[in-house]
Design a protein around this ligand. Structure first.
Ligand code: NCD
Length: 311
């Protein structure tokens, strides 16, 4: 019953975290938790997933592909715009109208913020937004929530720091939207130039999310349950001199862990550049490689919900 409802509600696909209410989040977290137990199945046998990646990716593309294979399905696609007909001048719309004939669902990453939404307009199969410019990356945020709820706790009442490039980082946009469904206090930690965009803050204010914007993290480390760090998004800067000014603004070091509570956990969507010292990796408080593990059950759950014929 609920499977049909999810499939119906998300028939266009997963474009934005704003599509999810608390019931949808709880439902997909439950399904993803079930998927942790089911390593392989044939629930998507005969189905084809297309992965169209116009921007670099390691975790997102490979985990979607691995998830699809683990559910008995097949994958087609490309991992660079240079090898598709886009290079010859073809539009996204024409590409989508073609690939939908070859697949049951399309996962797309593109440098344009509106690309996934636009693709959904032209497709008769679900589109999954695997990152659209500086806009959103909803499935990363879902796997982040899965990591937190499995490894830290139920989220409600949590103090969560979100730190780094909050202007261009698409994962933090989707994450804060999903968090607006929970009773959390958010500390947005960034240099002034890289604060959350007004449109994202307007949304959070409308949802009455409790948040503060600060530039230094050390003073609040002791109150945090979770710190979500991000990379400064070099490729989005128009002026590389501006990037140089902020690129090393935050480096989380092993000593910083001394100021955190026992339950504190550090997350990062990866790739990391220099913002977390490798010396932090071995701490049980570091969850960023566990996040890569949780990408598989979350993506298995999403693919099964969107494509499975079973109810
Ligand atoms: C992120 C992305 O592509 O937005 N990576 C990911 O999908 N895990 C984060 C980033 O590139 O900084």
């Amino acid at each position: 019953m609920r499977i049909l409802k999810f499939k119906e509600k998300f028939s266009e696909g997963i474009i934005s975290a704003k599509q999810f209410d608390r019931e949808d989040i709880d439902y997909i977290l439950k399904k993803a938790k079930e998927m942790i137990q089911i390593k392989n199945s044939n629930i998507l046998q005969g189905k084809i997933l297309a992965t169209l990646f116009f921007e670099p990716s390691t975790r997102t593309r490979l985990s979607f592909e691995s998830a699809m294979y683990r559910l008995g399905g097949n994958v087609i696609g490309f991992h660079s715009g240079d090898v598709s007909s886009i290079k010859k001048g073809e539009s996204i719309a024409d590409t989508i109208r073609t690939v939908e004939n070859y697949s049951d669902c399309i996962v797309m990453r593109h440098n344009l913020e509106g690309a996934a939404r636009m693709a959904a307009k032209f497709a008769n199969v679900p589109i999954i937004n695997a990152g659209s410019g500086s806009g959103e990356h909803p499935t990363q945020a879902l796997l982040d929530l899965l990591t937190i709820t499995e490894e830290v706790g139920s989220l409600d009442g949590f103090n969560i720091g979100i730190m780094g490039d909050l202007k261009y980082g698409r994962t933090v946009h989707s994450l804060s939207i999903l968090l607006s469904n929970f009773d959390v206090n958010i500390y947005f930690i960034s240099p002034k130039e890289l604060r959350m965009r007004n449109r994202d803050k307007d949304f959070l204010r409308q949802r009455q999310v409790k948040y503060k914007e600060i530039t230094k993290y050390r003073l609040i480390l002791s109150v945090l349950d979770v710190l979500y760090m991000t990379r400064i998004q070099k490729e989005r800067f128009i002026d590389l001199e501006e990037y140089e000014k902020v690129k090393d603004i935050y480096v989380f070091r092993k000593e910083d862990l001394d100021d955190t509570k026992n339950e504190f956990r550090l997350l990062h969507p990866l790739p990391r550049v220099s913002e977390i010292s490798p010396k932090v990796d071995s701490s049980e408080k570091s969850l960023y490689f566990k996040q890569t593990f949780y990408g598989i059950p979350m993506r298995k759950a999403l693919l099964a919900e969107l494509m499975s014929d079973k109810s």
